[in-house]
Write a new protein. Structure first.
Ligand code: SF4
Length: 198
């Protein structure tokens, strides 16, 4: 019997992740909405919505792993569309802080809704496959964050409150100290508002 031809599974997985990233970008262009948002502009609106307090321009640049001129240009466009307001930071005259306008918050709510094609693709996954994928991508993202390839995100694996395998041999092996509850791989968070850096 001959082996199945092909490259290493690691390479196949990277191809698959790249394809998913491509699908997300295409979906983002199709979902530009009434303000014709580019994928970066949509990311900025979504990122600001996830942070109830004002954010500095520099923090946004770090969070989105972009460059100051690129973010600055996108923010100018969002301000012209009246989705974002820029103010001088009260504690540092050189810094600019950003907040969403009411229209920006409405746009952020629209962006929260998952495109139908992704909802259908995810609905086809079994609970076990969903948990395995979340576990796998969380571990990959943490490794890339540790190597400073991507910015730190508010994920369970980097959270003070996260106690992995605190309840071994149960169907909810991990524990979140913030809500004081056990949870399983399928509930791992990759962007949690209650995250505290460890
Ligand atoms: S607070 Fe959020 S990020 Fe931290 S362990 Fe709990 S669910 Fe995970």
């Amino acid at each position: 019997m001959k082996d199945v031809p092909g490259t290493a599974p690691e390479e196949q997985l990277l191809v698959a992740l790249a394809r998913l990233g491509q699908a997300l970008r295409i979906s983002s262009y199709r979902n530009a909405g009434p303000y014709r948002l580019s994928p970066l502009q949509a990311d900025i609106v979504s990122t600001l919505a996830g942070h109830p307090h004002q954010r500095r321009l520099g923090e946004l640049t770090d969070a989105l792993a972009s460059s100051p001129p690129t973010i600055s240009d996108a923010v100018k466009t969002l301000a012209a569309k009246e989705l974002v307001e820029r103010q001088r930071d009260a504690s540092d005259a050189r810094a600019v802080t950003l907040t969403l306008t009411a229209a920006g918050r409405t746009e952020a709510e629209r962006l929260v809704h998952m495109p139908d094609e992704f909802a259908e693709a995810l609905a086809a996954l079994s609970p076990n496959d969903m948990a395995a994928m979340l576990r796998g991508v969380s571990a990959m993202i943490k490794s890339l964050q540790d190597r400073k390839v991507i910015p730190v995100s508010r994920m369970c694996l980097t959270c003070t409150y996260f106690h992995p395998d605190a309840h071994p041999r149960t169907d909810k092996p991990h524990h979140c100290g913030f809500v004081d509850n056990p949870f399983d791989d399928a509930e791992l968070r990759l962007d949690c508002p209650d995250h505290m850096s460890s």
